[in-house]
Design a protein around this ligand. Structure first.
Ligand SMILES: [Zn+2]
Length: 80
């Protein structure tokens, strides 16, 4: 298992923000990759699917947003 952060592209300020969660995955990317590229043609792991509907607060605009485009949601490997 490797640990990953979930980062989401923000439609408010056009930067990418961490959702502040860590997920354990067996089949995640080596570095950073979008959900669509990582799981092309496959079902999302529940560890990821459980989180991606959560709202993220944009630290720049203080607005809450939900990113629904799996091309704009990224898994980022966390090194131990
Ligand atoms: Zn933002």
């Amino acid at each position: 298992m490797a640990k990953y952060q979930i980062h989401v592209f923000c439609n408010e300020c056009f930067e990418t923000h961490p959702m502040g969660v860590l997920v354990d995955l067996n089949d995640g990317p080596a570095d950073k990759e979008s959900l669509n590229n990582t799981y092309a043609g496959k079902e999302l792991p529940s560890a990821v699917a459980n989180f991606i509907n959560n709202k993220t607060m944009c630290p720049n605009t203080r607005k809450m947003f939900t990113q629904t485009d799996n091309d704009q949601i990224f898994l980022v490997a966390v090194s131990d």
